[in-house]
Write a protein that binds this ligand. Structure first.
Ligand code: HEC
Ligand SMILES: [Cu+2]
Length: 408
């Protein structure tokens, strides 16, 4: 401001608002912040676990406090702009204010207390949502580019009621009575029932992934070479989408559950049944029976293994018989016809050898038009993408039946 103009004295409006104005302000601020919290159920996914209830409470609380501060600060700016605006012809500076110890103490102490309270509340929710609870059911999760596989176990105590231990094949009996005493089976979906606490034990075959079920409000990184855990207890029956929350490559998006054209659930979903009986009848008993009483025909066994989602082929390949619709790799319809032709190019003895070669060393021969993206399925336990020789042989036998005209 140039000093050649003598400052015109301004009639400063009083800095101190009247009591009634303060009361109106407080009511507006609190009502506004409460109004914001009413939006919470609209903007969040369904609230379907005990963890979700606690997370949402915390979120609502944070939104309320954030709302109070937001409306207070924005409101004061608005009031100042209007009430203390320069009047026409008034070119003076505002009143010089310097140093106000009381004000400075207040605006330091209030946020400090707020932040401390919020940190404590968040910590309590963090501890509660991760607490170990009785009767947890352990489910394994394997993340691979680009699919989730959920791993279940069946023991002598949890045999489906339709099976007798004595009717099982000797090798299955041994598996059920050896050190572990369990037989493992897998499924591309995660199943449980209402009020059954779940603890996920998660491993990655390759890169970092993250397990996320928005409706449960749980998210946890899944890292190669390490087992990570996450716990939740569903409270509402329903189907909930599972998502990979860590960009893991070109098929990352396909790791999330999707709804197919006819409303069918494709890929990774959490299915919560209302009761344990429904869980047993609709999922566990059949899935456990399939692995305890495996088909003798290797092609049927291979079909069952691939359908279990034990290997992440579905996201990359299309195969009508399995309902796969991926397109990162070649379409496998008719692979039974093609394999023998390909074997001539690659020097494999026959179609079976070609498919085996494709799985054990996919990089040796690339189908024209495709990149080197297929994971190598290894024969030794402990290696990533472990595929035992038995599984491999069954899968090869099955893929050979996938001819252009399978009835032949
Ligand atoms: C990350 C994506 C990906 C996954 C997972 C994957 N593949 Fe592949 N697959 C490819 C790509 C890309 C090719 C073509 C390049 C090549 O030949 O290696 C291929 C090629 C093949 C071939 C040769 C096809 C032909 O036309 O000659 C077979 C057979 C095959 N895959 C089977 C499988 C099976 C079975 C699984 C699961 C156990 C699987 N793939 C998992 C991407 C994948
Ligand atoms: Cu992923």
């Amino acid at each position: 401001m140039s000093s050649s103009h003598p400052p015109t004295p301004r009639s400063n409006p009083s800095l101190m608002p009247s009591l009634s104005l303060i009361i109106v302000g407080v009511v507006v601020i609190i009502a506004g912040a409460l109004g914001l919290t009413l939006l919470v159920p609209q903007i969040l996914p369904p609230q379907a676990s005990t963890q979700a209830q606690q997370v949402d409470q915390l979120f609502t609380f944070l939104l309320f406090f954030g709302g109070v501060i937001f409306i207070l600060v924005e409101g004061l700016i608005l009031v100042s702009v209007i009430r203390f605006r320069a009047r026409p012809g008034d070119l003076s500076d505002g009143p010089p204010i310097h140093g106000n110890t009381m004000l400075e103490l207040v605006w330091t102490a209030v946020p400090a207390v707020l932040v401390a309270v919020l940190a404590i509340l968040s910590y309590v929710v963090w501890v509660n949502t991760r607490a170990v609870v009785p009767n947890e059911m352990t489910v394994g999760a394997t993340a691979a580019r680009f699919a989730w596989t959920f791993n279940y176990e069946v023991s002598q105590d949890t045999l489906p009621t339709t099976l007798n231990f004595s009717d099982l094949k000797p090798e299955v009996q041994t598996d059920l009575t050896d050190e572990d005493g369990v037989v493992h089976f897998s499924n591309p979906k995660l199943y449980t029932w209402v009020d059954q606490p779940i603890v996920m034990e998660m491993q990655s075959q390759d890169v970092n992934h993250a397990f996320w079920v928005p409706a449960m409000r749980v998210k946890q990184d899944v890292l190669p070479g390490r087992t990570t855990e996450i716990r939740f207890t569903p409270t509402e029956a329903g189907n909930y989408r599972i998502v990979c929350a860590e960009l893991c490559g070109s098929g990352h998006g396909a790791m999330a559950g999707e709804v197919g054209r006819d409303g069918e659930l494709l890929g990774a979903w959490l299915i919560v049944y209302a009761t344990e009986e429904e869980y047993l009848a609709n999922f566990f008993d059949d899935a456990a029976t399939a692995v305890l009483v495996p088909p003798d025909d290797p092609a049927l066994l291979g079909r069952q293994i691939l359908a279990s989602g034990a290997y992440p082929c579905a996201t990359c390949h299309t195969l009508d018989d399995q309902g796969w619709t991926g397109n990162i790799g070649p379409n496998l319809n008719g692979i039974g016809d093609r394999a023998a032709e390909r074997a001539q190019t690659t020097g494999d003895a026959d179609g079976a050898a070609y498919i085996e070669h494709s799985l054990r060393h996919p990089g040796d021969f690339l189908v024209p038009g495709f990149g080197n993206l297929m994971p190598q399925f290894n024969p030794d336990q402990g290696q990533p993408n472990y595929m035992p020789q038995n599984d491999l042989e069954a899968i090869v036998a099955y893929l050979l039946t996938q001819t252009a005209n399978p009835s032949n």
